[in-house]
Design a binder for this molecule. Structure first.
Ligand code: ZN
Length: 427
């Protein structure tokens, strides 16, 4: 299965913050990640300042005019129904119906994505063109939905590494038929997790999390905060990874964590141009993971960022907006991110004052213009290896490719000039 095929498969499912859609989607993901655990938190559970809501079920929803002609049908496009709509079966005139309709004047052919999780209401979404064509008269509005005490469902996969320290990779799975925001997130994360699981070994443990946005991240933190604070050294929110228009970076609240440094390094190296946003532009679960007292090092690398592209949260963010190529490029970029986190390390030189490289075979016996560059790279690496800066930080400072610094550090370690420090520089 390709990332795009997985996205196609998940696309029609009616997901919300609770209910069958999330579980159904996780079951499909589990076919690719058999060790994925599908877990539940009961409705009514208090999680910090929030309470896990009741489960929402939507079986059917449609709108008919007085001749019985169906104007819109939830079964044709789940965006037609306002998420978490209360049940209704009523006949009402157009003027009254208008209060329950949502459309976008600026995008007359798009159906908007609207939810009302924390205030009980009902409504339909439709294109503005369709709305303007509605004739005066009576309409039959039917929403067959219900709420019940159940649970919030989320997925968790722990891929163990040599160390207990963890990299947290989190995505949300509460959006219905919307492709870039956000099915591209769970899709890229699933293939990344599959790749991580297939590696012969890993230095770090990887914690892969699929939760409904906001309430899912809050309840996940409520359950795991202590462990996450103790173990997580880096992490990312997987969202908006499917189109090919652009690249974006959204920092953590701190702005200079290991996650931020790796994200910037990889984008600078592999992407021709990208937009740097501020934490003030945040909008996803970094709000929770980076909140005061939680303070996890969580950043995001995205393609077109949520809220910035016209198709965002409308029916135009569909299977035509994302591409196989876009998803694969995002996957490759995140593999590079992981590669750097895995290879990054902090070293301390074992020698007081400048070591004599020549007697260790590390210095060219003949000094030419050509050999000067590489010797300088080695000497600069030694000059900053005081146990406080990691390789990534030194690589950026001395302006030498990270992979070359890794090779040089290994040579110096073999020559017993470098000791690896156990500390991980989260910042
Ligand atoms: Zn969204």
């Amino acid at each position: 299965m390709t990332p795009y095929q997985l996205l196609e498969r998940l696309f029609p499912i009616n997901r919300s913050i609770t209910g069958q859609g999330v579980e159904q989607s996780l079951e499909i993901i589990k076919t690719l990640l058999p060790a994925l655990r599908i877990l539940k938190i009961p409705s009514g559970t208090q999680c910090f300042d929030w309470v896990v809501p009741e489960e929402w079920y939507a079986r059917n929803a449609f709108l008919e005019d007085d001749s019985g002609e169906r104007i819109l049908d939830f079964k044709e496009n789940n965006l037609h129904l306002v998420g978490y709509s209360t049940p209704i079966d009523t006949i009402l005139p157009l003027e009254e119906l208008q209060e329950h309709l949502y459309s976008l004047e600026e995008l007359p052919d798009a159906i908007p994505y609207v939810t009302s999780y924390y205030k009980k209401r009902w409504g339909f979404c439709l294109s503005d063109r369709q709305r303007k064509a509605l004739k005066p008269g009576n309409y039959h509005a039917v929403i067959d939905s219900s709420f019940k005490k159940g649970s919030l469902t989320y997925g968790e996969l722990i891929i163990p590494g040599d160390k207990e320290q963890e990299v947290l990779l989190s995505t949300y799975i509460c959006h219905p038929s919307l492709a870039n925001d956000n099915l591209s997130g769970p899709v890229v994360l699933t293939f990344l997790a599959e790749w991580l699981s297939s590696l012969p070994s890993r230095k770090y443990t990887y914690r892969i999390v699929y939760t409904p946005e906001t309430i899912g991240a809050i309840s996940y933190l409520h359950k795991n905060l202590e462990q996450l604070k103790k173990r997580v050294i880096a992490g990312f929110i997987f969202t908006c990874l499917g189109d090919e228009r652009t690249w974006s970076y959204l920092p953590s609240r701190n702005g200079n964590t290991l996650s931020d440094r790796v994200a910037k390094y990889v984008l600078n190296k592999f992407v021709p141009t990208y937009t740097t946003y501020s934490f003030l532009d945040r909008g996803s679960d970094e709000r929770q993971y980076c909140s005061p007292g939680v303070d996890l090092p969580i950043a995001s690398i995205m393609r077109s960022k949520y809220g910035t592209y016209p198709e965002y949260h409308t029916s135009l963010d569909n299977l035509g907006f994302v591409t196989d190529e876009g998803l694969n490029q995002s996957l490759e970029l995140y593999k590079n991110v992981i590669g750097i986190i895995e290879k990054n390390a902090t070293y301390k030189t074992t020698c007081l004052c400048e070591p004599q490289l020549g007697k260790r075979g590390l210095y060219p016996t003949i000094s030419t213009k050509k050999t000067m560059g590489t010797t300088k790279d080695l000497m600069n690496l030694i000059a900053y290896a005081d146990g406080s800066r990691d390789l990534l930080s030194i690589a950026e400072h001395i302006q030498v490719d990270f992979d070359i610094c890794v090779e040089n550090a290994e040579r110096l370690r073999e020559a017993t000039l470098f000791n690896m420090c156990e500390v991980v520089n989260k910042i």
